[in-house]
Design a protein around this ligand. Structure first.
Ligand SMILES: [Zn+2]
Length: 327
């Protein structure tokens, strides 16, 4: 089983639940992309399914543990998404409800449904699932992962045990990446960009497309620093129209703005963004107030994207907003 770094208190709480037999039936693991919320969901599933847990922790050796780690346990169900927006639709919710009356057939007598990356789950879908998680069959468990717990209706949140998953320290991230066999130089540059977020560091090393998006974010920052509207447009439009790519660049740019605002107060503050030098130069020319305005315009653009506005239009509006703010 994959070793989980950081989050020691959360791991101890989960092990305690399993050990005492008071396991929560519905959970939400929330945290930023790459922070390990899916790993935590798999870990809890392994704890529930393990035939011989040790102090509440999965043994990692039994058939159930092995099957969970290869995502092939017949009673650990990764609920599929569907449609252009890759969401959990009413049809999917209906199929989960229908499946949940089928009893599991394994040694621990449990069945786990994992809903990964819940984003913009419709109210109808959530209300359908609410009925199920309000009175689940004894054997059924429901795990949701998302960036924020506020993706869910208050009624769902109140029925779930919610756990925040945090990135680890940079040292832990380095140790984990080196253990995965990555080259030391690659590990250093990944941690410089994504700090203790092991998932994003790994993607940075293995995915050239993410490295391109990081470079693009740096170009965006440089264009803002140079008040270069043409360069800003060029960088934004080279993003294409993939909503996921755009979201990722928005999120990285937003972190730079946060870093810039923080650096305005203290020059040795801990940063979260992928471009320390850029944030430092930005902080010299952009006030904390302007950084907050840029953050608001990114939020506005993000909202428009989620409301299905055409990506090129969203990017054009964002570029105009940013230049207006720093002009
Ligand atoms: Zn086991």
């Amino acid at each position: 089983m994959k070793k989980i770094y950081g989050n020691t208190q959360l791991l101890a709480t989960l092990a305690g639940m399993r050990d005492s037999g008071r396991t929560a039936h519905s959970l939400i693991f929330y945290g930023e992309k790459g922070s390990g919320r899916k790993l935590m969901a798999d870990h809890y599933a392994a704890q529930l399914m393990c035939e011989e847990p040790v102090g509440g922790e999965p043994c990692g050796r039994c058939a159930a543990c092995r099957n969970v780690s290869t995502m092939s346990h017949p009673d650990v169900i990764y609920v599929p998404t569907e449609g252009k927006l890759e969401g959990y639709t009413v049809k999917i919710a209906r199929s989960v409800i229908s499946d949940s009356i089928v009893k599991p057939n394994n040694a621990t007598g449990r069945k786990v449904y994992i809903f990964r990356d819940c984003r913009k789950m419709s109210t109808i879908t959530q209300n359908m699932l609410l009925k199920l998680i309000e009175e689940p069959p004894d054997y059924a468990y429901f795990i949701f992962t998302s960036e924020s717990k506020y993706e869910f209706l208050p009624t769902i949140i109140s029925r779930c045990v919610c756990f925040g998953v945090s990135p680890c320290t940079e040292e832990e991230a380095e140790q984990s990446l080196l253990e995965s066999g990555f080259d030391e130089g690659e590990v250093k540059s990944a941690v410089k960009c994504f700090h203790g977020n092991i998932g994003m560091c790994t993607d940075y090393i293995v995915d050239p497309e993410l490295r391109k998006r990081v470079d693009l974010t740096k170009r965006l920052a440089d264009s803002i620093i140079g008040k270069d509207e043409y360069g800003l447009n060029l960088a934004l439009f080279s993003l294409g129209s993939s909503r996921n790519d755009i979201r990722e660049v928005f999120s990285m740019t937003d972190k730079l703005m946060r870093d810039c605002a923080v650096l305005n107060r203290s020059s040795d503050a801990a940063l979260t963004g992928c471009y320390r030098e850029g944030a430092e130069r930005l902080a010299k020319m952009v006030t904390a107030y302007q950084a907050a305005c840029i953050h608001n315009s990114i939020e506005k653009a993000w909202g428009a994207m989620e409301a299905n506005v055409n990506p090129p239009l969203v990017l054009a509006a964002l570029s105009a907003d940013m230049i207006e703010i720093v002009r």
